[in-house]
Design a protein around this ligand. Structure first.
Ligand code: FAD
Length: 469
């Protein structure tokens, strides 16, 4: 009898535990992707990018003599319908750890098991499942460094090969057409602009990893801080949809260490930040939508996501070049350099004193590498409300950061057209990406700072000192 292989954020054939086991079972495998309420709830750029990934997976499966069956609706109803139509007796998938996915998956597993279906989940989205690592006293890690120290020497099993073929059933069930889902429908920014910046599918992802190991990893430790340089791997986009397994990245990093490439250990450290985000989201799911430190509920956050200040931040019109360049980079490319993320998040939550959830939501709408756990951890870290966070009183100065990390203003010029006689194509592409109703043009004056950097900092610190917690 067939096995339904339910793909979610594991859109690859390589190093896929559930798929490998299914292919080895000798039974027909029916790969399925469901456009359910969890997908519907995602941001515009993430859904657009997901559509590209699903198309790529479908193609990889076709090359193996298989197919990807697409269904839309509640996941459980879709799976039950497929069980009915195909006679499948098993539904297998790879585990996710964020609260929204867990709230969906746990009842599905019990409901299927209750009807005698072999509902089984496998590891694969992270290196170390959140419950498999614990502190010396048996609790979970609230601080990154001890977690890193505890896992850095762990054995990580070797990646699994891509199955030679994916055996299918004699008759295939019906499938929706991906085009009809219009996963790009919420993209009121020019998807065509974003399309130039995506690297889609497992083959491209592995190519990107290979290029990074060959050319980038040796200098990674220092180059990773400079947003004008291609100093990082760019793999977050692929890891979030599971086009690449973290295990493949880990082993590639380990080999680079053995070859004496200086930055390689630092790359593993960053992969463990991703693990830490999943660890936290599993043990404290509230991290994704409430102040992790409840004391912060008493802070006078501004909460209007449409205020003039927030709009200026979203549009990259705060008058602070580093902030504006980074916000525009995200709007055009769907990603933002990590230093930019830290700076714009600090600016929003400290200089503007806006609630980090406003930023979290905007990032979720704009990022093609949106990850429910890393995004939440990043915002709470930046705001000071999270675990192992940067303290609120440590306010990034976006002007000195620019001088330090973009001393020749290459990054700022790349994204800001106003005030320059011949701006580069990247800076102009921002104006192709934005919706018309924003009414912005490259001929406008570059805005004056909406908040003076020094005053904004002092205001934030006063509020912090006056807080009654
Ligand atoms: P590299 O520097 O090449 O790092 C390799 C991999 O390690 C990354 O692909 C990523 O998977 C992981 N990693 C690196 N830094 C972090 C980190 N700080 N936290 C968690 N994982 C990390 N990352 C996302 O993947 N999705 C998000 O939605 C996201 N939102 C963020 C929001 C804020 C406010 C902040 C401060 C950070 C956020 N990050 C997020 C983390 C980080 O900025 C990105 O992972 C990184 O910029 C991706 O670029 P890269 O793949 O070139 O990273």
């Amino acid at each position: 009898t067939p096995i339904l292989m339910w793909f979610r954020r594991d859109l690859r054939l390589h190093d896929h535990e559930a798929l490998s086991e299914a292919c080895n079972s000798g039974r027909p495998v029916i790969p399925v992707f469901i456009n359910d309420e969890v997908v519907e709830g995602q941001g515009a750029a993430a859904r657009y990018r997901l559509g590209l990934s699903v198309a790529s997976l479908a193609k990889s499966l076709e090359d193996k003599g298989s197919k990807l069956i697409l269904r839309q609706g509640k996941a459980l109803s879709c799976l039950e319908a497929l069980i009915e139509e195909t006679g499948a007796t098993a539904v297998w998938w790879q585990r996710l750890y964020d609260p929204v996915s867990r709230d969906r998956d746990e009842p599905i597993k019990s409901a299927l098991k209750d009807t005698g279906v072999d509902a089984r989940s496998f590891a694969g989205h992270v290196l170390f499942e959140p419950w498999s690592v614990s502190t010396q006293t048996g609790g979970f890690y609230r601080v990154y460094s001890p977690m890193w120290r505890s896992v850095r020497g762990n054995d990580v099993a070797s990646p699994l090969a891509t199955p030679g073929s994916v055996p299918g059933p004699d008759t295939w069930p019906a499938s929706d057409s991906l085009q009809d889902w219009h996963l790009d429908k919420a993209m009121n920014r020019g998807a065509a602009v974003l399309a130039e910046h995506v690297t889609v599918g497992e083959e491209a992802a592995r190519g990107r990893l290979g290029a990074f190991i060959a050319n980038g990893i040796a200098d990674y430790k220092t180059a990773r801080d400079f947003p004008a340089k291609p100093g990082t791997s760019g793999l977050s986009e692929n890891l979030t949809y599971g086009e690449l397994s973290p295990r493949v990245c880990w082993h590639a990093g380990q080999r680079a260490i053995e070859e004496g490439k200086a930055g390689a250990e630092h790359f593993l450290k960053e992969l463990v930040w991703r693990e830490f985000a999943y660890h936290l989201a599993h043990h404290t799911p509230e991290i994704t939508d409430r102040n992790w430190k409840p004391d912060w509920d008493a802070f006078p956050w501004k909460t209007d996501p449409e205020s003039d200040e927030v709009t200026a931040w979203k549009q990259g019109r705060t008058g602070i070049p580093f902030v504006d360049a980074a916000m525009r980079e995200m709007y055009v490319t769907g990603t933002m350099h990590n230093r930019g993320r830290m700076i714009v998040a600090s600016y929003l939550t400290k200089h503007l004193m806006c609630h980090w959830k406003i930023g979290l939501d905007w990032f979720a709408d704009c990022l093609i590498d949106w990850d429910p756990c890393s995004n939440a951890m990043g915002w709470q870290w930046s705001a000071g409300s999270g675990p192992d966070a940067t303290p609120y009183f440590r306010v990034f100065n976006p002007e000195t950061q620019l001088e330090k990390f973009d001393p020749d203003h290459v990054y700022a010029k790349r994204w800001i057209a106003e005030g320059h006689s011949s701006p580069p194509a990247t800076a102009l592409s921002y104006f192709d990406a934005i919706p018309r109703h924003w009414e912005l043009s490259p001929d406008m004056d570059y805005p004056k700072p909406i908040v003076d950097v020094k005053e904004g900092r002092e205001r934030a610190l006063r509020a912090y000192e006056e807080r009654d917690f």
